[in-house]
Design a protein. Sequence first.
Length: 331
Amino acid sequence: MTTTLSPTIRIEKAGGPEEMHLVDLPVGEPGPGEIRIRHHASGLNYIDVYQRSGVYPLPMPLSLGNEGAGVVEAVGAGVTHLQAGDRAAYCGGAPGSYSLARVMAAKNVVKLPDAISFETGAAMMLKGLTAQYLLKRTRPQEGLQAGDFIVFHAAAGGVGLIACQWAKALGFKLIGTAGSEEKCALARANGAAFTINYRTEDFAARVKEITEGKGVKVVYDSIGKDTWDKSLDCLRPFGLMASFGNASGVVPPFAPGILGAKGSLYLTRQTLFTHTATREAMQAMSDDLFSVVQSGQVKIHIEQHYALADAAQAHRDLEARKTTGSSVLIP
C-alpha cells in the first residue's frame, strides 16, 4: 500500500476563515468504488463558506472544498469509467478538494475533455452544473420558452455569469441583479438582457417595469434573506421561486399563505447534489455542460487565482463580495 502526505486545508471546528489551516494528511490507496486524484486546481464556492461556518453542519475535523480537476492516479475495485492517467474533474461527495491529492468516491468524477483545461474544469463543475440544473431541470409549472423573462440574482458571480450566457443560448431574457455598476456591466457583457443594481434600485419595481407589469415565471435566488420578499413580488401568478443558496443569511420562517396571496406561487429549495446523486445523472449533466462550453456559447471566467495556502484569504474575499466570476486554488 502506498501512503503519501498531501497538503490539505482543514478546520477543527466551525467558524471564520481563521479556522482554516494547511496541514499534511496521509493519502492511501483507493478502496472499492473509489479513485485517488492529484489536483491541478480546485474550485472555490459559497457552499465551502457554509460548511466552514457551520451553516451546513458537518462532522469535524473537516477538509474543505467541493470541486477540483486533475489526473487520476489510481482506481479501486469496481471502477470502470475511469483509469489511472485520465484527466478528470468532479464536484460533490465528501468535501476535501482543497488539497494536493485525495481519495474519493468515483461516482462523482467524470473524464475531462482534452479541450478543457484543468483550471477551467476545477472552476466550472459545481457552478456550471448548478446553472445546468436550474435552467434545464428547475422550471416553472408553465415551462420556459424562448423569449421568457427570468430573474437571476448575483448575476456577476460564478454561477451567475455561466447562467447569463447559457440563458441567452436558450433564448431566455435574463434579468440579472448585482451590487455594483461594474458587476452589472459584466453580467450584460455575458448575455444578461437587463441588469439591476440592487444597491441603488428597487429590483422588484424594476422587474415589473421591464415586464410591463406582468412579472416573471421564475426567480433563481442564491442570496436568501436580503432578496426573499421582493423576489416573491417579481413573480407572475403561478410563478416559481427557486431558492438555491443563502449568501446573505438564512431566510426566516414564513407563513405559506403568503404564496397564495401573491399569486398561487410555487416554491422550491434546490441542491445540486440531489441532481447528481447517481453516476448516470452526473455524467449526463456534465456532458451537457462540456458541450455548451466547448461550443463557445458559455465561457468560464476565472478572475481570481490563489495559492492553496491562501485559501483563508480567498474565503474572506468571497464573503466580502470582492470576487467576480470564478476563483481557483492552485496546490
